[in-house]
Design a protein around this ligand. Structure first.
Ligand code: SF4
Length: 354
């Protein structure tokens, strides 16, 4: 008997950027005028491949991440959405997010994206200080970023802004001031990421004096205290109705396809999980145990925590939890990290998972 596969979220990677930022180790490269027709053809043929494997599954969210998706012409975006609509059952309330960088789209282009179906804009603001933006190798100014946020808010889009903290010259007071300034922007969703220095990036070669671990921890706690938006994931803050549904679905362990080179996916085809390993032509089965471990790792990042289904509970070291209730709390059949636990999730995982 034919059974329909479950809903799949869709992530589409757009690897092009105006230039490479000084801290960036993502899969992206500087190319301000790529061959968009070739890119569209590649993406749509991958989408057709997945439609054949999965059938006409429903799609609760679509997320175009990068790279800098806002560099793409509106017609490229429209062609990709058209292909998704033709091959899948896109939910009527589907969340369609576009990641953007200030300076890469004006109001006309923003209106074009919105008319084509984009309903959520994520903006890489990163800092509200022009010297810091320059240090990070960003090509926009604070004023560019604020203008974009304001236009998007005025257009009724759902808007999120990304910020980076923990720069070499920052201290707890400057991070506290950043939070005050962010609060004034009237945003309903904010992501706050700690600056990590990766080898082989311009910052990685600069022998920088970074804030120590204790200061970083104080900065993290300051952000949690000072932002008026409530935290719902390690780095994400939003009013309840404005959570990023796409990321939340993935943290909750739902199925998704990753389209575009370098995009990971976890499709669930005829009852089996697969790892697409950044290349849709190479994908491997993964066991339910492995998938449950992944769900623990992503679920524990959320403030809601991970639900203790039988498959998840089987992987958990409950003896360890008994002696670490300052880091992990168990209640209502959920396991969640405390604020202190969130600071050291990677280390906790090594003990929490059997
Ligand atoms: S815009 Fe984002 S992806 Fe592009 S180089 Fe900068 S940090 Fe990397």
């Amino acid at each position: 008997m034919f059974t329909m596969n479950c809903p799949h979220n869709i992530y589409i990677h757009v690897p092009f950027c105006m230039s490479k930022c000084n801290y960036c180790a993502f899969y992206s490269f500087a190319c301000s005028s790529p061959d968009w027709q070739k890119y569209t053809d590649d993406i749509t043929s991958e989408l057709c491949f997945w439609a054949e494997k999965l059938g006409r599954v429903s799609v609760p969210t679509i997320f175009l991440g990068g790279g800098t998706p806002s560099l793409m012409p509106v017609k490229t975006f429209a062609a990709i959405l058209d292909c998704i609509n033709t091959n899948f059952n896109v939910d009527t309330d589907c969340e369609i997010t576009l990641e953007s960088n200030p300076g890469t789209l004006n109001t006309d282009k923003l209106i074009g994206f919105q008319s084509a179906g984009m309903n959520r804009l994520s903006v890489g603001v990163q800092s509200l200080n022009d010297d810091e933006l320059q240090f990070l190798g960003r090509k926009h100014s604070v004023s560019d970023a604020v203008k974009l946020l304001t236009s998007a808010q005025n257009m009724g889009l759902r808007v999120s802004a990304d910020f980076i903290y923990g720069l070499p010259n920052q201290n707890v007071k400057s991070v506290s001031d950043l939070c005050d300034a962010v609060n004034k922007l009237g945003l309903k969703h904010v992501s706050m990421y700690e600056l990590t220095i990766e080898k082989n990036t311009p910052l990685g070669k600069m022998n920088l004096q970074m804030p120590n671990n204790e200061t970083m921890a104080q900065m993290y706690m300051t952000i949690s205290d000072k932002l008026t938006l409530p935290k719902y994931e390690v780095s994400n803050y939003a009013v309840d109705t404005e959570h990023c549904k796409h990321n939340e679905n993935i943290w909750n362990g739902e199925a998704y396809i990753g389209v575009g080179r370098g995009a990971a996916g976890r499709p669930f085809i005829d009852g089996v999980w697969y790892d697409t390993m950044g290349d849709f032509k190479r994908f491997e089965k993964i066991s339910d145990d492995t998938r449950n471990i992944e769900k623990i790792i992503t679920g524990m990042r959320t403030c809601k925590g991970v639900m203790l289904s039988d498959g998840i509970a089987k992987q958990i070291n409950f003896d360890w939890i008994k002696n670490h209730d300052d880091l992990i709390i168990q209640s209502d059949n959920y396991l969640r990290a405390t604020n202190s636990g969130m600071l050291m999730l990677d280390n906790i995982m090594l003990d929490l998972i059997k």
